[in-house]
Design a protein around this ligand. Structure first.
Ligand SMILES: Cc1cc2nc3c(=O)[nH]c(=O)nc-3n(C[C@H](O)[C@H](O)[C@H](O)COP(=O)(O)OP(=O)(O)OC[C@H]3O[C@@H](n4cnc5c(N)ncnc54)[C@H](O)[C@@H]3O)c2cc1C
Ligand SMILES: NC(=O)c1ccc[n+]([C@@H]2O[C@H](COP(=O)([O-])OP(=O)(O)OC[C@H]3O[C@@H](n4cnc5c(N)ncnc54)[C@H](O)[C@@H]3O)[C@@H](O)[C@H]2O)c1
Length: 453
């Protein structure tokens, strides 16, 4: 077999892989992208975008729940789950074809198939071998395999986004982002939802006080959460599923129609034959330097969810892809900086966050001012009859810089971007407070969030 030659071969056509193509194509390099499944990867096909369609329905149910406060009489809402799933699928159906056209316009050769290393500078896909000066691993992540009996009985977010029947009851193993987001959708749609988390806190990476607010709201809509559990096994039980776990020193069992693996996602690199590529790795984690290059084979770079050390978020995948692309063109100059990356957990209402939690800020030894506000009595929250409206802004006393901002409700998923912008470009807390905001908006409350009466 005569190898075909490219400047860059990218494994995976998700946010990260597509992010690489911009800089390298602008530099005139020849590029092949190998994709085993749908172009676009997880975010548009099995993640953010379809999930948000379901979240939007949850939001509508939340508004209907409070209609009477606005003196609007409504009947009990009736959700047609199958039609909602059809709406979600319809929204995303054209994305892979649109991206195929976009890649063709960019002169990226997209090859369908499963890629694996043939040698340190060559990739095998089907009966083709591609030789490249630069190889990029952008193969994303997959649900963490759980070493418990009956783990194969669990479903994942893929099935939750596809099954046209609303389950009567759902148990999530893991109390992270997927469990909270889908748990809210299911609970608001009428399913009984239980979340079993191994650590003492749901959403362990998030600010503890923010999580407590969200947990209270989750319980208000009927969700049950248990933390510090150890799941032992899952088994079939009379057409349903039973999960056995220990909690508070005792063994418990619970039954549900569906049990979901919400225990995190791991880099999807185990079928790449990394050894053939001389790419050093351990426990599914590729060893990389600060420029996202393999330590043992610097002609190989990694970006997106396949990076074992950075948050698994779609904008971060695109950002890392762009950094890898620019490093390929200009040499190893760029390193990622995640400090001001905003994120939201799309519960209804959402938990939004950027920067350090209060605990992390205190651990770093900064002298900090922490502005915490329960805003339920504020005019904007009362106008919209919010059920939770809470903020925490952490400011470095020495520099007046924002170190972190956390919100539950109150359009936090939008406000968090203002704080991310401030952190990234060095806008101080005083400057954000002194800005003139359109009124009445949730943003105009920022002044008061920062202690300006
Ligand atoms: C249910 C869910 C909801 C999410 N919601 C959000 C959200 O709201 N906001 C947010 O920021 N993030 C969200 N995420 C995370 C986000 O989707 C990911 O961080 C992002 O898609 C990662 O992009 P990527 O390019 O690294 O990987 P992917 O998008 O997974 O792309 C990797 C691609 O590589 C392909 N591939 C894998 N192995 C091979 C191989 N050997 N050969 C060829 N191709 C291969 C795969 O088919 C895939 O298309 C969500 C994730 C999930 C699962
Ligand atoms: N809105 C968003 O941005 C969004 C939405 C969905 C998913 N995602 C991304 O997808 C990734 C995967 O989501 P996720 O919710 O699966 O992961 P996660 O990392 O958010 O949460 C996993 C949780 O499972 C717990 N856990 C692990 N093993 C367990 C076990 N054996 N028993 C009980 N609990 C266990 C962990 O302690 C953790 O709290 C996340 O990293 C996230 O970045 C992002």
């Amino acid at each position: 077999m005569t190898p075909e030659k490219f400047d860059v071969v990218i494994l995976g056509g998700g946010n990260a892989g597509i992010g690489v193509t911009g800089p390298v194509r602008r530099a005139g390099m020849s590029v092949a992208m190998i994709e085993a499944d749908l172009l676009g990867g997880t975010c548009p096909n099995r993640g953010c975008t379809p999930k948000k369609v379901l979240v939007a329905a949850g939001h509508a149910l939340h508004e209907i729940e409070r209609a009477s406060i606005h003196h609007i009489g409504v009947c009990k809402p009736k959700l047609d789950w199958a039609a909602l799933i059809d709406r979600e699928k319809n929204m995303i159906k054209d994305i892979p074809a649109n991206l195929t056209r976009a890649m063709a316009r960019r002169h990226v050769e997209v090859i369908k198939g499963h890629a694996a290393f043939a040698s340190p500078n060559a990739i095998r896909v089907g009966d083709r071998e591609l030789e490249a000066r630069h190889i990029v691993i952008a193969t994303g992540s997959k649900p963490r395999p759980l070493p418990i009996p009956g783990a194969e009985l669990m479903i994942t977010s893929d099935e939750m986004l596809s099954e046209r029947e609303l389950p009567g009851s759902v148990i999530f193993v893991g109390g992270g982002v997927i469990a909270l987001e889908f748990g809210h959708i299911y609970a608001r749609s009428g399913a009984a939802v239980t979340v079993l988390e191994a650590l003492p806190q749901l959403l362990p990476a998030m600010d503890a006080e923010a999580v407590a607010r969200l947990q209270a709201e989750s319980e208000r809509i009927g969700m049950r959460a248990r933390t510090s559990v150890s799941v032992k096994r899952i088994e079939k039980a009379n057409g349903r599923l039973r999960i056995v776990f220990s909690h508070d020193g005792a063994e418990h069992a619970a039954e549900a129609d569906r049990i979901v693996n919400g225990a995190g996602r791991v880099a999807n690199v185990d079928t790449l034959d990394l050894a053939a590529g001389q790419v050093e790795h351990a426990n599914g984690r590729v060893a990389i330097d600060r420029h996202l290059r393999s330590i043992s084979n610097p002609s190989v770079s990694v970006c997106g969810d396949a990076v074992p050390t950075s948050p698994q978020l779609s904008p971060i995948a695109t950002y890392e892809g762009d950094i890898v692309g620019r490093n390929i063109v200009e040499g190893p100059k760029y390193t990622p900086d995640y400090a001001s990356m905003a994120t939201s957990v799309y519960t209804v209402p959402p938990l939004a966050s950027v920067g350090l939690t209060e605990t992390a800020a205190r651990q770093t030894g900064f002298a900090i001012d922490v502005h915490v506000n329960d805003m339920l009595d504020w005019f904007s929250a009362k106008t919209y009859a919010e059920t939770v409206a809470w903020s925490k802004v952490i400011v470095d006393r020495a520099t007046d810089r924002i170190l972190g901002a956390h919100f539950v409700g109150h359009s936090g998923q939008e406000l968090v971007n203002i704080f991310g912008l401030a952190m990234r470009f060095g806008i101080t807390a005083t400057q954000i407070r002194d800005n003139v905001y359109a009124y009445p908006t949730f943003s105009s409350d920022i002044k008061h969030m920062l202690g300006h009466g």
